[in-house]
Design a binder for this molecule. Sequence first.
Ligand code: PEP
Ligand code: MG
Length: 593
Amino acid sequence: MTSERPMADDPQARVLKGIAASPGVAIGAATVIDSDHLPVPRHHVDPEDVEGQIERLRNAIEGSRQELEEIRARLGEDAPADYRLILDAHLMMHSDELLIDIATHAIRDECISAEWAVERAVHSIKRHLEQAPDPYFRDRAIDVQHVGKRIHSQLVGRVSSLPPMGQDAVLVIDDLHPADAAHLLDAPVAALVTGLGSATSHTAILARTLEIPSVVGVPNVTQLVGSGDRLVVDGLHGRVVLSPDSATCQEAEARGRRYQLFTRNLRAHGVHSVTLDGVPVEVLANVDLPSEVTLAVREQAPGIGLYRTEFLFMNRQEPPSEDEQLGVYRDIARVAGSRPVVLRSFDIGGDNLTIEKGALGLNPALGLRAIRLALARPEMFRTQLRAVLKAATAGDLRLLFPLVSGLTELRRAKQELARARAELEEEGAAIGSVHVGAMIELPAAVVMADRIAAEVDFMAVGTNDLVQYSLAVDRTNPQVAYLADALDPAVLRQLDRVISVGKDADRPVSMCGDMATDPVALPIVAGLGFRSVSVPIAAMPLAREILRAIDTRQARGVVDRALACDTALDVRVLVRKSFPQLDPVWQEAGIDD
Ligand code: PEP
Ligand code: MG
């Protein structure tokens, strides 16, 4: 455990270290939720809903069984025998009469929800097994519990199970799924602390969008913190103080106020982002939720550089219909007016999985994610493409394909787009023209960027994934998060290539990954030659301030030296030394020396 005791006069106080994920400082009482033990929706149902609950139960058991079958099929015969045996046992339990019978009877006799009934059945079978004299049967109790969890997550997995929390609550949870995090929009909390995740996990990105001070990747946090415990969450430095004394609280309040003042002052410095040598670098807005487009316009963003459409697909049983998507995209285009809006086709999968549970795979980041999932679900993809094409009559909508690994995928995606267009033309529907872009976020795409550039109108660099896939660091794993630095020379060299390919091919290249949100990395981004970056709305004032304070010619000189550095740390030290005028800004933004 990473913790230290800061205050001699308070034996209870303890500092838990994690990763700064969303800036700001907040104090509140913890609501601790163990992701494995999300509340069970225990409720009674009307007698006429009984058959519906039994149907849900059957579907959930079948869904869970199929998931296990897929896992077993993928494992093949080479997998360890023990593991295969456990899977077989779990599969057998899915046709176990006892479990199904107990649950079905509970629904019928007591009019209770399918979730509650599964919980009952699991408890009852577990109790019997735990009392068995044979240790083999006693050991099976845990298997029953695991199977129960699987069925339960089939029943509730696609809807949020977060309990209601007050605005001054600090949500403490092992792992917050982005789908659950999206619920925080309607019911914001004071701060968020998670056991897993890194600064670029999708949950951290959403926390920044929602401006919730957050620390992620705090080891064992749900074991160390109890519900009701008072916490200071320092999202600037990645620290959580447990049971702070009054002096610590006062200090934290002052730091939180100072940060708010700092961001307010930045806003007062204006919206232009022209460097000292007169080079304009546009700062666009990243948007996760349609409602943010209004905020982006208010913040005078010259456009939306990335709209992550996948958030529309979360927390629901079925993907949104063409009409629903059309309504959303058209509204966005109208609100944005003449400003360009880059709609990214849904990036579902990886740590962003919602609707497509079955597509998870054993290694989701390398599996059926983003454009791959879209191509594997042509109906779902076509529905989105049709909605985008129709909505494009209302404004300057552009379409961006995520996680393109090469020409095969890109061409297939473009074929789908052409097909959707032909269909709509045949139907006589009004459609707009859309520029098509590819995200450059895989090393393979960097290598093939010249060929990709020849077949798209623009490219957008996703550094979050480029770091993940270049350095083999799982975005959700705090244990390797220390490696995840976009300033790593291995990443910088790739960015240098993409910029030069863009120039040669005369294709605009923007950066919408969080490297542009990192105040230390941004001078390097400008020095590399990026003239367009897209950051969360809350990060726009700071990005503009930094760009206004640098000279791109000097920044290019620093980049040349950075490209020759050995490590990310060397680059960080170099940047810190090269732009002393940024020291006060960095300090206020929470960058430690
Ligand atoms: C990225 O990978 O940098 C990116 C912008 O996409 P996302 O964070 O949504 O994966
Ligand atoms: Mg990405």
